[in-house]
Design a protein around this ligand. Structure first.
Ligand code: IMP
Ligand code: MG
Length: 180
């Protein structure tokens, strides 16, 4: 049997499954509190946010809907190029809705900045931003995050939705990627 994950590609575990579970529960309570009279629409950004968005939705407890967008940023695997292209748009109109954009990680902030503009142009009642992770020393333009799970040091990370070339999304923790 080939070991999975390969031990030489998974480095230090920065955030354990238990820590993720606890933080997602806190964020869910916070969002439920802030959305007391609303039915928020979570917009998960495929594919990295899938695990986070699903767990967050359960943690919210109150009424909540979910939709997904897929974007691709041109460039190689471990660096964002800053050019964002929409691969899958929203299924339903967001005019008048209370939208919460749900990302896996904010690096340069360019993906989130682009999506904020895209949603804002459609006349939502409000737009808020939520990311599981943000990398310290984030580049301009600065994204205002309404909800943040964890700040992480400037290493490339995998697990809990985050990938390298589509792999490692199913790891239950966030770890430093130590492969090529
Ligand atoms: P940004 O547009 O530079 O903020 O990049 C955000 C996107 O880059 C995220 O949605 C991820 O898909 C990807 N990304 C950035 N850093 C990592 C990482 O450490 N692991 C996996 N994906 C990452
Ligand atoms: Mg990705």
């Amino acid at each position: 049997m080939v070991p999975y994950p390969p031990p030489d590609e998974v480095g230090e575990i920065l955030i354990t499954a238990a820590e993720i579970e606890q933080r997602v529960a806190e964020l869910g309570r916070e969002i439920a509190h802030d959305c007391a009279d609303q039915v928020p629409l979570l917009v998960g950004i495929l594919k990295g946010s899938v695990l986070f968005a699903a767990d967050l939705m359960r943690a919210i407890g109150g009424p909540v809907e979910i939709d997904f967008m897929a974007v691709s940023s041109y460039g190689d695997a471990t660096e964002s190029s800053g050019v964002v292209r929409i691969v899958k748009d929203l299924d339903e109109p967001v005019a008048g809705r209370h939208v919460i954009l749900v990302e896996d990680i904010i690096d340069s902030g360019l993906t989130m900045t682009y999506l904020l503009e895209h949603i804002n142009a459609q006349g939502p009642a409000s737009v808020r931003t939520c990311s599981l992770l943000a990398r310290e020393g984030q580049q301009a333009p600065e994204v205002q995050l309404d909800y943040l799970g964890f700040e992480i040091p400037p290493a490339f990370v995998i697990g809990y939705g985050l990938d390298v070339a589509q792999r490692y999304r199913n790891l239950p923790f966030i770890a430093v990627y130590t492969g090529e």
